[in-house]
Design a protein around this ligand. Structure first.
Ligand SMILES: [Ca+2]
Length: 162
């Protein structure tokens, strides 16, 4: 960072505010429990729209997948998001995982980054470097562990190049 710089970092992920709902490449394998929310439950930075996360009532995990972001193995990235974990009654967490794809779009590797177990609202900050030079795209996977009684809101994803 250049001292005195006022440059705003470019957000590499589309619709990180969820103002376009669950669209623009954001997908889920559990649309019953992972849904766009317009009830002013999101990040203070852009509170109206967020994603409501609830755990399944089975042991299966639910997932929210970000759009793919073009990445270079020579760079490191910061991924910040906002999570309000309101309820956790069982054993579980909201997990953060990075999926990695080659230039043909095939999944080749991944990195588990962290899991949130503590109730409350705040930012979750991750640092990411691609696992190999074969990685050309990556995406964020938010994991809602099944049968955990999780209720949470997720918002304000900012993926920047360092
Ligand atoms: Ca928002």
């Amino acid at each position: 960072m250049v001292r005195g710089s006022t440059t705003t970092p470019t957000n590499l992920v589309v619709n990180g505010t969820f103002d376009a709902g669950l669209s623009s490449g954001w997908t889920t394998d559990d649309p019953t429990d992972i849904k766009a929310d317009a009830g002013n439950n999101g990040s203070p930075a852009n509170p109206v729209n967020s994603v409501s996360l609830q755990s399944k009532t089975t042991s299966s995990n639910g997932h929210l997948f970000s759009p793919q972001v073009a990445v270079s193995s020579t760079k490191t990235y910061s991924i910040s998001s906002w999570l309000n974990l309101k309820q956790l009654t069982g054993i579980g967490e909201v997990g953060f995982y990075i999926d990695e794809y080659n230039s043909s779009g095939q999944w080749i590797s991944g990195q588990y980054k962290t899991g949130v177990h503590t109730l409350g609202a705040g930012n979750v900050g991750l640092t990411y470097q691609p696992s190999s030079s074969s990685v050309s795209k990556a995406s964020l996977q938010v994991i809602v562990v099944g049968n955990s009684g999780i209720q949470a809101y997720f918002d304000n994803v900012l993926w920047t190049s360092n």
